[in-house]
Design a protein around this ligand. Structure first.
Ligand code: DX5
Ligand code: ZN
Length: 224
């Protein structure tokens, strides 16, 4: 199994205590955080944006993966890059000129990700895959935390891992996002994902943040 990363999704954190909750995750071993941005147009919800990212950047040196669930992402790439993103992911479904946007993120000096929804085929990424650091396979329809993992979507992680191997893209990260917890994390990892995003199961699970985070890790280790 490849080296795995478990990335807490801050959408499920207590925003009044964001710095403390990030620190609790780091004490549990987290070094990568997933930051969900929603615009109320592309997805039927609003979340956090540039000022929160700036504040977060000031209190952590962990890797911050910004997931833009917004229409017209091109106009927000530079502001999110300047605010401290390490990686910016845009959705294939809303990027009119995906190749251009991908190269713009790279020009801004950031790692590049493209996300696909449960209904979007992996094949839509075949021509852009060599330019990416990460593909985000949504295992829920984007917009809300706390939804159930869509098992059928994991086939796309496997398909994308095969496509990456065929192209010799050994460093491509495949991230899954939505409904990941101790029961589903091993399924996603077995399917070929190496970055697992987990929101509710980390911040709103049965134990403390550290206990919840470590419970997901243990599920991965016992499956290895
Ligand atoms: C959903 C977001 C996810 C969300 C996952 O649209 O992209 O990152 O925070 O939340 P959980 O882990 O609770 O499904
Ligand atoms: Zn997300």
């Amino acid at each position: 199994m490849p080296k795995l990363t478990l990335a807490p999704s801050l959408l499920a954190a207590d925003f009044a205590r964001l710095g403390d909750e990030v620190a609790a995750c780091e004490e549990a071993g987290a070094h990568w955080f997933h930051f969900d941005v929603m615009d109320g147009h592309y997805v039927p919800n609003l979340s956090i944006g540039i000022p929160v990212l700036e504040s977060l950047r000031a209190v952590t040196s962990s890797f911050i993966d910004v997931h833009l669930m917004i229409d017209n992402p091109a106009i927000f790439l530079e502001p999110f890059a300047d605010a401290g993103a390490d990686l910016i992911t845009i959705h294939q479904e809303v990027s009119t000129h995906l190749h251009r946007d991908v190269h713009e993120i790279r020009r801004l000096g950031k790692k590049v990700g493209v996300a696909i929804n449960p209904s979007t085929p992996a094949s839509t990424l075949s021509d852009v895959l060599p330019f990416l650091d990460l593909v985000l396979v949504m295992t829920v329809n984007p917009g809300f935390g706390g939804q159930s993992f869509i098992h059928a979507a994991t086939r796309k992680a496997t398909r994308l891992r095969t496509m990456a191997d065929e192209l010799g893209l050994v460093d491509l990260n495949i991230e899954v996002d939505g409904g990941v917890g101790p029961e589903t994390a091993p399924i996603a990892a077995r399917a070929g994902a190496d970055v697992l995003v987990a929101g509710s199961s980390v911040f709103r699970g049965p134990g403390t943040i550290q206990e919840n985070y470590q419970a997901i890790w243990r599920s991965l280790e016992s499956d290895a």
